[in-house]
Design a protein around this ligand. Structure first.
Ligand SMILES: [Zn+2]
Ligand SMILES: [Zn+2]
Ligand SMILES: [Zn+2]
Length: 251
């Protein structure tokens, strides 16, 4: 099972238009430091499962009929915007797994094209896809939002964006399963607090409480990147800063 982070930026991505902060200036000079909007692809048992759909090169990177399913975390535009182009494609229908959000995004439900919206996922109600078990986990955000815990014979990976904290029932599931990796929303530096996203110290607390798991930061804002550039402290040994095209492999 291999999870590739296609993007690790928050809604502003990086470099941010017009911004001259140190992180955006570095990302302009060195494209390997830039961040696309957060999304990922899970490759397992010969299948390709996209998590959110927002990558600017989605269509060339995933040609027609190469996507077996898309799992959506939530219907904010920065997580679903590529669906608007995909839907009019000439290809087999793509099953879309999603949280229960009757509003969806714009007119996607009215004009789905090749997007085959499945019945909404219920938190903690497991289902099988690509011969692995997937458990949706409730998250704390401004729209109905789900994370996903993927369990294969090789191990377990959780993908948790967007969220502020981790709701207790979801935390209990993580404690029970002790995933090898948790990809976690870490939008902000410790100087910022938000009702919708974690900051760095929030994630340090999770990592401290679950030390056997590798915590991989994603949904990172440019202010956090600037903060990390000047940060003198050490990151906890089980915390890694995610980057675009990072691969988490379990074999
Ligand atoms: Zn987001
Ligand atoms: Zn900036
Ligand atoms: Zn969001």
């Amino acid at each position: 099972m291999k999870l590739t982070l296609l993007g690790t930026g928050n809604v502003q991505a990086a470099p941010l238009y017009g911004c001259d902060c140190i992180a955006c200036k570095r990302a302009q000079k060195n494209p390997s430091l830039s961040r696309q909007l957060s999304s990922a692809v899970l490759e397992v048992n010969g299948k390709c499962l996209l998590i959110d759909a927002n990558h600017p090169q989605l269509q060339s990177r995933f040609p027609a009929n190469s996507i077996d399913a898309i799992l959506l975390t939530h219907y904010h535009m920065d997580h679903v915007q590529a669906l608007f182009d995909l839907r009019w494609g000439i290809a087999d229908p793509i099953p879309i797994y999603q949280p229960n959000d009757p509003n969806g995004c714009d007119d996607l439900f009215k004009h789905p094209g090749i997007l085959d919206f499945q019945q909404a996922n219920k938190a903690y109600s497991r289902f099988q896809l690509a011969d692995i078990e997937i458990m949706p986990l409730s998250l704390n955000h401004s729209k109905p939002t789900l994370g996903y815990l993927f369990s294969s014979a090789q191990g377990q990976i959780a993908y948790l964006t967007d969220t502020a904290g981790i709701p207790d029932p979801s935390w209990q599931q993580l404690l029970r399963h002790q995933p090898d990796y948790v990809v976690i929303d870490c939008s902000y530096s410790p100087l910022q607090h938000s009702p919708n996203h974690n900051n760095l110290y929030d994630v340090f607390e999770f990592a401290h409480a679950m030390p056997e798991t590798q915590w991989v930061l994603s949904h990172i804002g440019h202010e956090l990147d600037s903060f990390l550039h000047q940060y003198n402290g050490e990151l906890p040994s089980n915390v890694q800063v995610g980057h675009d095209d990072m691969q988490l492999t379990l074999e």
